[in-house]
Structure formats: structure tokens, C-alpha cells
Design a binder for this molecule. Sequence first.
Ligand SMILES: [Ca+2]
Ligand SMILES: [Zn+2]
Length: 307
Amino acid sequence: MIYNSSESPAAHAAPIRVLPMPTALPLSRALALLAILLSLAAPALAQNLVTNGDFESAGASTDEPRGWHTHITSFIPIPEYRDPEHKQGRTGVYHFKCGCGHDWGTVRPWALLVCPQCKHAVTGLEDSGDWYQKNDECVTVGGPGSKSGHALIYRLPEAVGNNQGVRALSDPIRVKRGEGFDISFDTKASGAHCRVFVEGFRLENDDKAAQAWVKTLPPESNPLKQTTRLKRVFRQSVNANTPGEWTTFREQFVSEGRYAFDVLIVNLYAYLPGEAGYDNVVLRRLTPAEMSKYRQDNPPSEDERLR
Ligand SMILES: [Ca+2]
Ligand SMILES: [Zn+2]
């Protein structure tokens, strides 16, 4: 930078200066210092990877809380026959049929693609057909009785509680293999049994057929603009049972070895008839200190097959 006679470097150091250049420190050194400061402050600044984990932000245009999916569905694979009338001679091809009846075609859909017919998001967790078609009817974002502000409230009638239960899925969260995580949440229940799953998925980059297929979906079937199949490879569960008062639960886990994943989805689940509430869902990366502690407490298995 060139200074004219009336504008000295000292003038640039005046408090009103907003442009970062020229800096007193070389930029790389300033960035290194900033990185150190940020790492020192990391526990306080640890970012919640879950959107709207406190349920205080209203949904944009639906009754789903922002960042969460309660209008969900699944599908069942239907084998194709050479002689469909007599169900004879399987061709080896399957059609994937949504719980609402929509035929997705012969490519297996995956988590958080949206059925073009019923507009519900695929859970991608199990082939359960229409089990969750009415899931959202059991879910509200409630004020009274919450731990802080609004909470996600489930009311499970007998038939639902004794069978599929109720769940809400977070938006997918992109992570890096080798990273460690801490999931925590508050929950309270009467009758119902609370269990949180953190589902880890791998991006199936070699599945070219799925990559071509997902491009053919109408935009409303792929609101998250996914380009690659998600395959579930990992599941961490936190069993909270039936806490009569708001209680905080916490668990740590790492994306590694044969279970290494690229994407996480938090799945707030409850089953058995009754009521359940969730609030303050926080998923964050482990700090380097927490990671070393985790390594100490969870040494790698000596059996390579289990790694
Ligand atoms: Ca809240
Ligand atoms: Zn459907």
C-alpha cells in the first residue's frame, strides 16, 4: 500500500479504521493468534450443530419446528415378478413404495428426501411403510411445562406408543471423519420412554445410479439439495427412560474406523403410551482436551475386526 504525505501509517492505526490492512502484524501471524485465541475459548464458543435445538424458533411455513422433521414416512421394497398375477419369477428388481402408496421407482430412496405425493420426509431408518404417516399428529411445540421457553412435546396414544412410537429428525449435519461429538438434551416424560439416537451416515460417492436418479426428482422432493445417497453406518443411542422431571442426558462418540460417517442426524424418539418432552438439544464437536480424555477412556479395540 502507498501512503501519500498527509496519510501516515500511524493515521491508519486510529481507532476508527475499519479496514484490516495494513495491519501491525503480518496477516498470517494475526490469523495464527486469532486461531489460538479461538481455541482457548473453544468450550465457551462450541457451536451447536443442531438447528433450533431449543425449539424457540418457529417453522417457516409448516407446523414443523425449524430444523426438524416430524412429517415423516418410510417405504417398503416390493419385488417385481415376471408373472405379477401369480407372483412368480422374481426379476431381482424392487420398487420402493412409500407408506402413502407412491411408487418411488427402482432406486431405494434415502433419508430426508421428500415423497412427491404425501410430502413427508423419508426417515431412511427402516422399511416401515406407513407407520409414521401420522407421526406429526402426536407432536407439538409447547410452552407450558417446558424447561425453558418452548419444548418439543409428544403425546402418544396407546396404539402409537405400543407400536412405532413418535420421532423427530434433525436436518442432516455435515461432519468430518475422525471428529468426536458430544450430544446432550433435556427430557421429561410420563408413561412414555425416551431415547435419542444420533444416526451416522456415509456419503455413497460411488453410487452413480443414485446420483443420476436424485437429479431427476422434482425440487420439492429434494429440499436439502442432496446429491449423493446417504447410507446409515453408525448409531449412538442415549437411553433416558422415563424421567419424571426435566433431566439432562449426555453422551460422547467419535466418527472412526469402519463406522466412520460423513453426516449426522439426531433422532428424538419416544415409545410407550404417555407424554414426552425434549428441549435444549445440543450436538457439538469435542475439544482437543475432551478428545484426549475420550481416547483415554475408550482405548481402541485390540480386535481389528471391531475397529
Ligand atoms: Ca426451549
Ligand atoms: Zn408418500
